[in-house]
Design a binder for this molecule. Sequence first.
Ligand code: F6P
Length: 314
Amino acid sequence: MTSGGDSAGMNPAVKCAVDYSRSKGLKPYVVYDGLRGLIDDLIEEAVPSIVSGILHRGGTMLGSSRSKRFFELQYREIAYQNLQKRGINKLIVIGGDGSFGALNQFYNDFGVPFAGIPATIDNDIPGTDYCLGVDTALNMIRSSIDSIRDTAHSFSRAFVIETMGRHCGYLAMVSALATGAEICLVPEMDYDLEAIGERLRKERENGRRYFLAIVAEGTNMGEYMTRWFSDTLDMDTRLTILGHVQRGGSPTVHDRIMAYKFAVAAVDSLLEGQTNNIMVYQDGSFARKPIHEVTDGKHQVDPDIVKLCRPLCH
Ligand code: F6P
């Protein structure tokens, strides 16, 4: 099942989990619409035709949801009955830490083991350096900002570009570096608008025509920065909120391969009798972590990335 915010890479992960578990002699099922589908019995045997032709598609072909009902025991009981009647005794959930927490509650209630695969464009799940969908989202952002740069240059304008990420500035930081933006504002870093103003003023004196500022949605600074450019640098300025375009698109090669590796790790983890582990990718290799290390942990953006971005907020 896929759950929570969708991300590219979910489809190849589903396909690989189904194909690999069949190769191991298991009988896989798919759950449609995430936690909601567990309750509403949207469950079907994963015959090969269900997962054929999906791996290049963005989003999740299984559908997803953020179900409030699953947090009530009476609905989890219904979900358990739906699994019981089909003899389903293990779950793989592809999603974020909220979905992992929900499945862990389900495990505590009914003892149904699960394996979690981290998937969110925000890349903010504690304990893993990578979540499925991030590379695809970054490429969508990079391509959009490259296009904005063309028109920014033509009109000598400043552009403020807001990226997603909820409370995490990872997408903004990596995109700012990859596109050569002049400013990057994220929740993780203090910024000094006076110093930035000084820096950009000098650049303009030296002939700079246009500026790009990347702001993470978690800073809530998009509109403020747009006014700031007009007021401080007297520049014609536009705000572009990239929005959900960042969540779609065909998964990149990297996301497809990562999806396969995460999916194989999840099936193997369940076959080895692990009960509530999350698959993680850390320091260049795959590992498993007990759920509490993920849900109790605090996510931190790679300090090297933070360091590289520091000059963009001063
Ligand atoms: O968690 C993924 C994410 O895209 C965040 O970056 C964003 O804040 C949020 O989901 C948007 O949620 P929704 O799709 O419900 O508007």
